[in-house]
Design a protein around this ligand. Structure first.
Ligand SMILES: NC(=O)c1ccc[n+]([C@@H]2O[C@H](COP(=O)([O-])OP(=O)(O)OC[C@H]3O[C@@H](n4cnc5c(N)ncnc54)[C@H](O)[C@@H]3O)[C@@H](O)[C@H]2O)c1
Length: 271
C-alpha cells in the first residue's frame, strides 16, 4: 500500500546488490511512496548487473561509487544533485563487509589489514558519506540520513566477529555526526538495528541459520524482514519523524528487550 509519504523527495540509496538486499526492498518502497533517487554500489558489485533491473523498475540512474573513496563520493553527490534536480532529502547507507567473516578467520585470530578494510567499508564509510554531504551542503533542511546496524554492537554474538566492533563504531558516528548535521542543517541521522535477515551479507556470518532461528523464537513479533526494514526506513525519511535524531532504533520484533521466551524455553527443556 502506498501513502505518498515521500512525494517530491530526492535521495541516494547505497547497497542494493540483489533482490534480497535490504536496500533493494527500500528502493522499491521509496519508489512506491513517490520518492526519486540515484542508486549506487561499489564498482565491483555492479558486475553482477542485477542493479540494472532495479534501476529500470524504479526509473533511477546508477552511479558507481566505492564508499571508502572520497573522490567517488564527491562525484556521486555532485552528479546525484544534477540528475535529481536539487539538494537531497534522504540517504540510506546499507553497506557492510568483513573479510575476516568472509574467510572464516576467528575474532581471536584477526588478520589486521582485513580488520581495517572491514572497518573502513562498514563504518568509516558512513563518516565519509556524511562529511561529503555536509561539505557540499547537499542535504535539504529536515532531510534524513539512515544507516543499518545490528545488535552485536551492544551484546555478544561471537560469530559476528569484527563486524560487532564495526557496528558499534557506525552507531557512534551516527550520533556524533548527527549532532553537527542537526545543529547546522536541521538534518536528522539515525541507525536502524535490524533482525537477522537472509541476504548475501547476512548469510555470510557463520552459524547464521542458527541465530536467525533463535531470534525468531525469542522475539514476540518474530524477526523483522527486509520489507519491514524498508517500511521503517520510509517512515524515517518522511516528514512524520522530523525530530527523531541521534537514535539507534530497534526493528527486531522485540528481541533486544527479551530475556527468554516460552518458545526458547520449550526447546531448551526438550533437550
Ligand atoms: N542481513 C542481516 O542479517 C543484517 C542485520 C542487521 C543489519 N544488517 C546491515 O544491513 C546492511 C545491508 O546489508 P544486507 O543484509 O542487505 O546485505 P547485502 O549483501 O545485500 O548488502 C551489503 C552491500 O554492501 C555493499 N558494499 C560492500 N562494500 C562496499 C563498498 N566498498 N562501497 C559501497 N558498497 C559496498 C555491497 O555491494 C552490498 O550491496 C549492512 O550494513 C548490514 O550489516 C544486515
Amino acid at each position: 500500500m502506498s501513502y505518498n509519504l515521500l512525494k517530491g523527495k530526492r535521495g541516494i540509496i547505497f547497497g542494493a546488490l540483489d533482490s534480497n538486499s535490504i536496500a533493494w526492498k527500500t528502493a522499491e518502497r521509496v519508489h512506491e511512496e513517490g520518492g526519486t533517487f540515484v542508486l549506487t554500489n561499489a564498482p565491483v558489485a555492479m558486475r553482477m548487473g542485477e542493479i540494472n533491473k532495479l534501476a529500470e523498475k524504479t526509473g533511477s540512474e546508477i552511479i558507481p561509487a566505492d564508499a571508502t573513496s572520497e573522490e567517488d563520493l564527491q562525484n556521486l553527490v555532485e552528479k546525484s544533485m544534477e540528475i535529481l534536480g536539487g539538494k537531497l532529502d534522504f540517504v540510506l547507507h546499507s553497506i557492510g563487509m568483513s573479510i575476516n567473516v568472509r574467510k572464516g578467520r576467528a575474532y581471536t585470530d584477526q588478520k589486521y589489514d582485513w580488520t581495517q578494510k572491514g572497518t573502513d567499508v562498514s563504518a568509516m564509510s558512513f563518516h565519509k558519506v556524511m562529511q561529503t554531504l555536509y561539505k557540499a551542503d547537499a542535504m535539504n533542511e529536515w532531510g534524513s540520513i539512515v544507516a543499518l546496524t545490528y545488535m552485536a554492537a551492544q551484546r555478544v554474538f561471537p560469530d559476528y566477529n569484527d563486524m560487532a566492533d564495526n557496528k558499534a563504531y557506525l552507531e557512534s558516528i551516527a550520533r556524533s555526526f548527527g549532532y553537527f548535521f542537526g545543529r547546522d542543517k536541521n538534518v536528522r541521522v539515525n541507525t536502524i538495528s535490524q533482525s537477522p535477515t537472509p541476504t548475501t551479507a547476512g548469510s555470510g556470518v557463520k552459524g547464521f541459520d542458527g541465530f536467525i532461528a533463535y531470534a525468531e523464537k525469542m522475539s514476540p513479533l518474530g524477526n523483522a524482514t527486509a520489507l519491514d526494514c524498508a517500511n521503517y526506513t520510509v517512515t524515517l525519511f518522511s516528514d512524520l519523524t522530523k525530530r527523531v535524531t541521534l537514535q539507534n532504533l530497534f526493528n527486531d520484533g522485540g528481541f533486544s528487550n527479551m530475556g527468554v521466551s516460552d518458545a526458547v524455553m520449550d526447546t531448551f527443556m526438550k533437550e
